[in-house]
Design a protein around this ligand. Structure first.
Ligand code: ZN
Length: 212
């Protein structure tokens, strides 16, 4: 299950995306607009492009790949529904694709769910392994450095993301780079880079599924 974060017209649906949804240990907005580069290139467009490239690679390898959205001109789905899509599919792997909008620093990081009793404790272990596999594959395949501004060694753990808290299948988020950083933005805006990013994420999923 591949989840391209946000959606291209979330900004035009503020009432809908600001609606609070249950994330298991609190509430959070249904969705957010995501970030963008200084030239206007949007995170939501990046996320969808990499997600579609990744889905094509996985399908070519014989996997079934489902996406939470297939266009960039709508709004949502809400974060609880994004998790539910992977749960209903009994996905072997779920990944949410994002790019960050930090005012300082550059690089990528993979976010794994904190182990929350009764909520994520069953997926925390496999998700942590998935995080390491994706971290290693993305670093090797893209050459993007670990984030300089958050986490450690390209990994972070969070308990406030509904997409992770509500998942019943192994799941991580990847923040593929910092769109507010000119070096990262130039990479993420390149179709050739996005092809490498998707191939790297595919390799990480294969490493995880092979139980290496
Ligand atoms: Zn995002």
């Amino acid at each position: 299950m591949i989840d391209p974060g946000h959606n291209g017209r979330n900004y035009a649906h503020t009432a809908e995306i600001n609606r609070l949804v249950d994330i298991g240990n609190g509430t959070k907005a249904c969705d957010t607009t995501g970030t963008s580069a200084s030239d206007g290139y949007t995170e939501s467009a990046y996320n969808l492009d990499v997600a579609q490239r990744l889905a094509a690679l996985l399908r070519a390898g014989g996997a079934t790949a489902i996406l939470t959205r297939t266009t960039d001109d709508g709004w949502g789905p809400c974060i609880d529904e994004r998790a539910a899509i992977g749960n209903r599919a009994h996905a072997a792997v779920a990944i949410s694709i994002h790019a960050d909008g930090s005012l300082t620093g550059r690089g990528f990081h993979v976010i794994e769910p904190a182990s929350i009793p009764g909520l994520t404790d069953a997926i925390a272990g496999p998700s942590a392994r998935l995080a390491v596999d994706e971290r290693d594959a993305y670093a090797q395949g893209t050459g993007v450095p670990y984030a300089t501004y958050i986490g450690h060694d390209g990994l972070d753990q969070r308990s406030d993301l509904g997409g992770l808290n509500l998942s019943k299948v192994p799941k991580v988020f990847i923040e593929c780079g910092n769109l507010r950083n000119p070096t990262d933005a130039a990479l993420l805006e390149s179709p050739a880079f996005r092809a490498r990013a998707a191939a790297s994420l595919s390799a990480g999923i294969q490493a995880f599924l092979s139980g290496r």
